[in-house]
Design a protein around this ligand. Structure first.
Ligand code: 5GP
Length: 185
């Protein structure tokens, strides 16, 4: 249940902006240029993992100068403290047969690494022409499995962040920046 009932409640939860809109924009322009150069005009399939990646995917796609299809997946993690793999369920899958594509996954954040490690294994088993992972944020201090994104735009410390697609109880995804969430009442 969301306890936010007013604009004051909403603003109170935004503790501190840690990455500004301008910083995000600049990093995405660079990442888009790198992707355009790497694939050299070959078509790519840009894949967003919902919901968190929808803002990043939208901006990254417009920074890429290449023939580009868009696809979405939804992955849900089911973990206990003791189980570290095999618990990601794809609740919405790609429509494309990815054996014909260079796949670029655009992710919002790599935290424990469990979701992407499994999503990547699932997609690699479908034999794409190539596959790389671009993440907006990386929290390496929280990693529980061996996973590293090919490209990471910002490395952040171990605290809960909101904004630019990332939520807390479904709010804050529409903030244009990344902020630290205020856990105090
Ligand atoms: P994983 O732990 O599998 O690497 O991350 C799974 C998902 O947890 C991410 O895609 C993201 O949706 C969510 N997550 C991890 N860290 C944060 C965070 O600091 N803020 C928010 N809003 N979501 C997070």
């Amino acid at each position: 249940m969301n306890t936010i009932k007013s604009m004051d409640d909403f603003n109170h939860k935004i503790k501190k902006i840690i990455i500004t809109e301008e910083e995000i924009k600049a990093a995405i322009q660079k990442a888009g240029a790198d992707i355009s150069r790497l694939y050299d005009g070959n078509p790519i399939l840009l894949v967003g993992i919902l919901k968190g990646s929808f803002v990043f995917l939208s901006d990254l796609s417009r920074a890429v100068n290449a023939p580009c299809e868009i696809g979405f997946m939804c992955a849900k993690s089911y973990y206990s403290e003791t189980v570290s793999s095999g618990n990601v369920k794809i609740t919405m899958d790609l429509e494309q047969d990815i054996s014909k594509y260079h796949v670029v996954i655009a992710e919002d954040i790599v935290d424990t690494g469990r979701t992407l490690k499994e999503v990547v294994a699932i997609l690699k088993a479908r034999n794409p022409l190539s596959l790389q992972v671009v993440t907006l944020l990386d929290k390496p201090d929280r990693r529980l499995v061996d996973f590293k994104a090919d490209v990471s735009l910002f490395t952040i410390p171990d605290f809960f962040v909101i904004g630019y697609g990332l939520d807390c109880a479904e709010y804050f995804r529409n903030l244009p920046y990344i902020a630290e969430y205020n856990t105090e009442n």
